[in-house]
Design a protein around this ligand. Structure first.
Ligand code: ARG
Length: 467
């Protein structure tokens, strides 16, 4: 990028009419956004082509000028894409960089492009188009992640593992069921993405600086050409609004929070102490000093990216909270937050999709852990209610005594003898042993949404039809 330091003495060619001299170098540095908003070049050019086409259609500019403008903009697009374009900080932002180059390429006709628009509606348009496309990418990425989970869930619909509350063994569940919990979470994220796309599907262009314009523009025409459902309805709101960026960041923060919880579980599961999964070599690293180690770095980085994405949401909320209507330059600070969060989220979803797809599940370790920690105690209590007619609170108490006895004998509930159990409650019979295994426990949980393999398979089928 040209730093333009030798050019700072002349006033800005786009808005410099009333300025006798150019900006101070520090002013130029704080003011310029080209360093990051050049990312919007394709949206800026698309928006300008739609605007020029509408201006000509409405008789506001001539067809010849429109053709020159469109041709020039096409040239600029290829220059930028081939790397030949020289961005200049003196020209502040992407909008003025493109327009200045257009003037060099086509001469005075370039000056007609900015009729009936302002950079305020132009930037609102460019950024909205960019965020909308990013949301469409996010939707696809989430679909791939959900697909990876559905495959693992299907494969492990019968694999028993301990379910936890407070990270203490609670009740046996299946790994398939646990995977489907993430499908629900990422499914909600995806539906938030879809709602946000619908929400922001209104075209800002034509709001002009803030008040609209006296030129006979057709905002429905530009909205349609740019793939929006309709134009925005209030020009003041249009140039003041960054809800679409805030919505993107809040959706990203919630999705990242889900990814971070998954990352945390992967970190825990892959420890030698748990040993529930083995990460593939492709998604882990070694230690430079301890040869035995295999570290879950990708999962840890996903967990950390969440902090960064949440930070972006808070940063933009804070930028926006004190702004009077309509546009203020503060709003230029919206883009870096969104660009950074979008890059982090894309990477985090892709890394997680790879980890979930590639990790090997150690069903033997999961099953062994599922049976420890008296995980079938609730099954014993439920049996006492069902078969011996005890009120649940009494059954809970009897079971507590059985657990204490097993603890004293250092064995599992299923290893207690019938005589042991009958010494606690005479109503217990041989049949109780049918419910004390982890397989019997999970198979019995057939309530809608429960962990029984048959029920989990139903959930998988429901999602398959929607993914
Ligand atoms: N670079 C500016 C931004 O990103 C474009 C809009 C500038 N508008 C203005 N009135 N100075 O917000």
């Amino acid at each position: 990028m040209a730093d333009g330091s030798s050019e700072t003495k002349s006033s800005n060619q786009m808005w410099g009419g009333r300025f006798a001299s150019g900006p101070d170098a520090i002013m130029e540095e704080i003011n310029a956004s080209i360093g990051f908003d050049k990312k919007l070049y394709a949206q800026d050019i698309r928006g300008s082509i739609a605007h020029a086409t509408m201006l000509a259609h409405q008789g506001i500019i001539s067809a010849e000028d429109k053709d020159k403008i469109v041709h020039g903009l096409d040239t600029i697009l290829s220059e930028i894409e081939s790397g030949a374009f020289e961005f200049s900080r003196r020209l502040e932002d992407i909008h003025m960089n493109v327009e200045a180059r257009l003037a060099t390429l086509i001469g005075p006709a370039a000056g007609r492009l900015h009729t009936a628009r302002s950079r305020n509606d132009q930037v609102a348009l460019d950024f909205r188009l960019w965020v909308k496309e990013e949301l469409q990418k996010t939707e696809k990425a989430l679909t791939a992640l959900i697909a990876a989970f559905l495959d693992r869930a299907e494969e492990h619909a019968d694999t028993v593992m301990p379910g936890f509350t407070h990270l203490q063994t609670a009740q046996p569940v299946t790994f398939g069921h646990h995977c489907m919990a993430y499908v629900e979470m990422f499914g909600r994220d995806r539906s938030r993405v879809r709602h946000a796309i619908e929400h922001m599907d209104e075209s800002p262009i034509g709001a002009a600086a803030l008040a609209g314009t006296g030129f006979p523009i057709d905002r429905h025409m530009t909205a349609k050409a740019l793939g929006f459902r309709e134009p925005t309805r209030n020009s003041i709101d249009t140039v003041s609004d960054r809800d679409f960026a805030l919505e993107f960041l809040s959706i990203a923060s919630i999705a990242a929070t889900h990814l971070s919880r998954l990352a945390e579980e992967i970190v825990i599961w892959s420890t030698p102490q748990f040993g529930f999964i083995r990460l593939s070599d492709a998604f882990s690293t070694g230690s430079s000093i301890m040869p035995q180690k295999k570290n879950p770095d990708a999962a840890e980085l996903v967990r950390a990216k969440t902090g960064r994405i949440n930070g972006s949401l808070i940063a933009l909320l804070t930028v926006m909270k004190g702004l009077p209507l309509a546009y203020s330059k503060d709003m230029q600070e919206d883009k870096e937050q969104v660009f950074d969060a979008a890059e982090s989220l894309e990477l985090a979803i892709a890394a997680m999709t790879g980890m979930v797809r590639d990790m090997s599940v150690r069903a033997d370790r999961m099953k062994a852990a599922a049976g420890s920690g008296y995980s079938t105690a609730t099954d014993l209590a439920d049996w006492l209610v069902r078969e011996a007619g005890l009120p649940f609170r009494d059954a809970h108490h009897v079971t507590g005594r059985a657990v204490a006895l097993a603890e004293q004998k250092s064995c599992d509930l299923a290893d207690l003898s019938l005589a042991d159990l009958q010494s606690i409650d005479a109503a217990i019979t041989e049949k109780v042993f049918d419910v004390l295994t982890v397989e019997a426990s999970v198979a019995s949980r057939t309530s809608f949404g429960g962990t029984a393999p048959a029920e989990v398979r139903k959930q998988i089928a429901w999602w398959r039809a929607r993914n």
